[in-house]
Design a protein around this ligand. Structure first.
Ligand SMILES: *Cc1c(COP(=O)(O)O)cnc(C)c1O
Length: 374
């Protein structure tokens, strides 16, 4: 069976972990965490990067930084992972779901303004499959209405929008290093701070609401409880693993792009025959090959393809159950307008295996072709 996902390890992780072991500093914010922060700040151009134990945690920190409370509203897509909404629901805020664009499957910026109310505080965009949302328009809407933009860039590391790295555009952004993402540490994530007015408080919230980070820098002579917070930082073993991955980030991205391009070329003829639709990457975006998906004509066609591919020993999967129609989404959030694209995409999208180093892409392509021509 070709699995849907396999975490890729470069081989350099063990040496880095041995170094962390030898350093004898196992809690967070040691040498490796600092190196990861430096790498992120340099490569993504964010003002401040802070490792977290997940993207979910980084989104929760963003919700805390905004001081969201009961009744506040956050605009976000329904076609996303649950954490995008949960982070705000945990503060008592209401996720207001807006439909996605049919091309990139990202939040449809033309529908955002109609969803804004006097309670709206933020827009949380998701760069689906590592392809950027229309950030110029979204930042402009946010500015006109006094809203904060948060980027859920869980899938977007090293992708760009008009030359700017994803995660460097909104006031705050969240990355994921979960083993299903491009650059991994098992579980892991980062909060990226671009609006520096959030930077000092982000450190405090991440360190249990204390000013311990300032204490370690010698800026205060004792540390104490100064704000609300929790424990959001990963230990050094995790950071060491991640740092080793970061050293290979460009090679990983290039190798993924090569697989993505093989899929894309192979399915061009099927798209011309109207059997499937391939991903669309706008000319002003570069992407990181986080995901390859196909859109089928109907739920039925997708169901048959999954079964046919399974019989060939190829595991292909779909997502997401739209949040506006999920039990918790119905209870805690609301849809602003029609969700037609979200509903259709969630029934017709199929993700293909895309992992390193030795995925048999030709076998997957042959299996898709068999399923389509059956
Ligand atoms: C993976 C993912 C997350 C969650 O990441 P974790 O690191 O597992 O918390 C959140 N949002 C999106 C869009 C994701 O793809």
């Amino acid at each position: 069976m070709i699995p849907f996902n396999k975490p890729y390890m470069t081989g350099a992780e063990l040496e880095a972990i041995a170094q962390a072991h030898a350093n004898g500093h196992l809690s967070g914010d040691g040498q490796f965490t600092k190196r990861c922060h430096g790498w992120l700040e340099e490569r993504l151009g964010c003002a401040r990067a802070l490792l977290t134990h997940s993207c979910t945690a980084a989104l929760e920190m963003a919700a805390l930084l905004l001081d969201l409370g009961p009744g506040d509203e956050v605009i976000l897509p329904s076609f996303t992972f649950v954490s995008t909404a949960n982070a705000f629901v945990l503060r008592g805020a209401v996720p207001v779901f807006v439909d996605i664009r049919a091309d990139t499957l990202n939040l449809d910026e033309s529908l955002i303004e109609a969803a804004i109310t006097p309670r709206t505080r933020a827009i949380c965009v998701v760069h689906y499959a590592g392809v950027a949302c229309e950030m110029d328009e979204i930042m402009d809407i946010a500015q006109r209405h006094g809203l904060v933009v948060i980027e859920d860039a869980a899938q977007g590391i090293l992708s760009t929008y008009r030359g700017r790295p994803l995660g460097s555009i909104g006031a705050l952004a969240a990355l994921s290093f979960h083993e299903t993402k491009n650059i991994i540490s098992g579980e892991g994530g980062a909060l990226l701070v671009n609006d520096v007015t959030f930077a000092a408080r982000a450190e405090v919230i991440r360190e249990k609401g204390t000013n311990r980070s300032q204490f370690f820098r010698g800026q205060v002579d004792k540390y104490t409880w100064v704000d609300i917070g929790s424990s959001y930082l990963p230990g050094e073993i995790t950071a060491a693993f991640l740092y080793a991955q970061m050293q290979h980030a460009d090679g990983i991205t290039d190798a993924r792009l090569a697989l993505w391009n093989r899929y894309h070329a192979a399915f061009s003829a099927h798209e011309e025959r109207g059997q499937v639709r391939r991903p669309i990457v706008p000319a002003h975006c570069t992407h990181n090959a986080h995901m390859y998906y196909l859109l089928f004509d109907s739920l039925d066609a997708r169901t048959r393809a999954i079964a046919s591919m399974k019989a060939d020993g190829v595991s292909a999967v779909f997502h997401y159950i739209p949040l506006h129609s999920a039990p918790a989404g119905r209870r805690c959030g609301r849809a602003a307008g029609d969700m037609a694209v979200t509903d259709r995409v969630s029934e017709t999208l199929l993700r293909l295996p895309l992992w390193l180093p030795d995925l048999d892409v030709d076998r997957v392509i042959a299996s898709v072709a068999r399923a389509l021509d059956a």
